[in-house]
Write a protein that binds this ligand. Structure first.
Ligand SMILES: [Zn+2]
Length: 258
């Protein structure tokens, strides 16, 4: 029996402001094959709600927008630390495996992500599945709203991907676009209430929670758990747009959180 993971508490000081909470960060490491991956959980107060999750460590604009909102209004931020990279790479029995950390929340998803990245084994699937459980174990006990933080590259994933013949259209129950918004800036939610609340101000996708592909993403995982989920996504660098989304969500929390 060996120590599978270990944790350390850090206190991150910042200039005190009467309206802001003192964030407390706990960093835990998971041993994944021959490597260790760390996950940070920062508690900004406010009864540890909502729960913000940043899985892709290269999507920094989303964090830049979220941290001031967390400092001001509270919540929890869970993030994977991956040296600024999107995909994780691990070495298991001398073979290197690569996967997308937002495709590991079902066994199917793990298999598909490993196949996409050209190498797969039963042991890798098992270890990555344990890593996914490790991340989920860091959630507060009764999460009432999950806000996922993502950025994309101009012209790749966008609101257009979810409509017409778009690659993601099969996963959408409804899509609403606003004319003055960049198609790269959008929300994806599991909740019709959220869709209706924001569809006149932002590009919004309502996920088809029953029909969406079991791709191991957090949106499908939380839909299965019945926990309200909003993925906020803008093009890299669209900080004002991201901040606007998060503040709009904050202003409507009483309507979103049941
Ligand atoms: Zn992402």
């Amino acid at each position: 029996m060996f120590l599978k993971y270990f944790s350390v508490f850090l206190f991150i000081p910042f200039i005190s402001c009467s309206q802001e909470h003192r964030p407390e960060t706990k960093v835990s490491w998971f041993v994944l094959g021959q490597d260790s991956v760390s996950v940070s959980v920062t508690d900004y107060g406010g009864k540890r709600q909502p729960v913000y999750i940043n899985l892709h460590d290269d999507e920094r604009t989303s964090l830049q927008a979220a941290i001031p909102v967390l400092k001001k209004y509270g919540g929890v931020l869970i993030k994977i630390n991956n040296s600024g990279e999107r995909n994780l790479v691990c070495v298991i029995d001398s073979a290197s495996y690569k996967f997308d950390p937002n495709r590991i929340f079902s066994r199917n998803g793990i298999v598909q992500s490993l196949v996409k990245h050209k190498r797969i084994s039963n042991k890798a699937i098992d270890e990555i599945e344990k890593f996914a459980r490790f991340i989920l174990d860091h959630l507060p006990e009764h999460p009432r709203l999950i806000i996922a933080l993502h950025n994309n590259i101009n012209g790749s994933l966008s609101i257009s991907s979810y409509s017409g013949n778009g690659e993601e259209a099969a996963d959408a129950a409804a899509v609403s676009r606003v004319h003055n918004a960049d198609p790269d800036d959008f929300m994806l939610t599991t909740e019709r209430t959220v869709y209706e609340l924001f569809r006149n101000r932002f590009n919004v996708v309502l996920q088809d929670n029953h029909g969406a592909r079991q791709d191991g993403s957090l949106s499908v995982y939380f839909a299965g758990k019945g926990i309200p989920y909003i993925n906020c996504e803008t093009q890299h660098g669209h900080l004002p747009q991201f901040s606007r989304m998060l503040l709009a969500i904050h202003d409507s929390l009483d309507k979103i959180i049941r």
